[in-house]
Design a protein around this ligand. Structure first.
Ligand SMILES: [Zn+2]
Length: 280
């Protein structure tokens, strides 16, 4: 699908599972399980879906999925579907290899967003995309290298410290136009300095929700995750950006939704809801 001068494609980077309880925070199970079913251990299956943006001489990847560095123990805990996390295979669908990626926009450094940023080659952990510059918000980097106790389990240093060692990390500050026609929007509710690309088109723009709205079930303002570091902030950010999305006809791209890749939205009585599902 085209937005401005860019072709956009979704890339499936691997499936895993999380407990449905923290995924929906204070929302009772009786309500959330109507949207996403849980198994007998209360786990719900999620996807890690990256966005590929091609145009203006660049091949950009937004987030890098789970990657392949998990221990057997963690693979079990997160029910990582191993056959689904092969980045070479995921890119081959678009006749691309890791060397073709020129830029990687990382929304934030939680392992389900940046696990694929590095890989183990000949015993060394190296950047997966050898020719890419990786972009991250500076204040997010600072909070990730010294995480608070509540958030620490979501960071795995081997996913991001090698990016700094190899000199491929570019830390950016705040909202800006990163590339012609691609704006970076910053939110502070899920983590400090989560960034979201907005690919601008004439009639519609494509917004990468990341963990501001991880699945289409999280559209109601108060349906937030227990993983959000700043709950009050995220609720007001969702209200602000969803209303802007409605006004500016954004299409929302859902990184973790097991079924819905992207959707247009409309105002229902109380909430903003999905209108048309869109396969990108
Ligand atoms: Zn996530």
């Amino acid at each position: 699908m085209k937005f401005g001068n860019y072709e956009c494609y979704s890339v499936e980077m691997g499936r895993f599972s999380l407990d449905g309880g923290p995924m929906f925070g204070v929302v009772p199970k009786a309500l959330w399980e109507k949207k996403i079913a849980a198994d007998n251990k209360n786990l719900i299956q999620l996807t890690t879906r990256s966005l590929l943006i091609k145009g203006e001489g660049r091949t950009i990847l937004v987030d890098t999925g789970l990657g392949n560095k998990f221990s057997e123990k963690l693979k079990k805990i997160y029910k990582i579907d191993e056959g689904s996390t092969d980045i070479d295979l995921a890119l081959a669908k678009y006749e691309l290899t890791c060397s073709d990626i020129t830029d990687v926009i990382i929304t934030h450094l939680h392992f389900d967003h940046t696990g694929g940023s590095t890989s183990i080659k000949e015993g060394k952990t190296v950047p997966t995309f050898p020719n890419a510059t990786y972009y991250l918000q500076k204040d997010h980097w600072e909070s990730a290298i010294k995480p608070n106790a509540g958030d620490a389990a979501s960071y795995m240093k081997e996913d991001f410290m090698p990016l700094e060692e190899y000199g491929v990390l570019r830390l950016i500050k705040g909202q800006k136009e990163l590339f012609k026609g691609i704006d970076i929007i910053v939110t502070q509710g899920h983590t400090r300095g989560q960034q979201h690309p907005l690919v601008k088109g004439k009639t519609n723009s494509l917004f990468f929700c990341a963990d501001l709205i991880p699945t289409s079930a999280h559209l109601p303002y108060s349906w937030r995750m227990a993983y959000d570091n700043y709950p009050v902030t995220i609720v007001s950010e969702k209200e602000k950006f969803l209303n802007r999305a409605l006004k500016e006809k954004w299409i929302l791209f859902f990184e973790h939704d097991p079924d819905i890749v992207a959707a247009s939205i409309r105002q229902d009585k109380k909430n903003i809801v999905t209108d048309k599902k869109i396969n990108i």
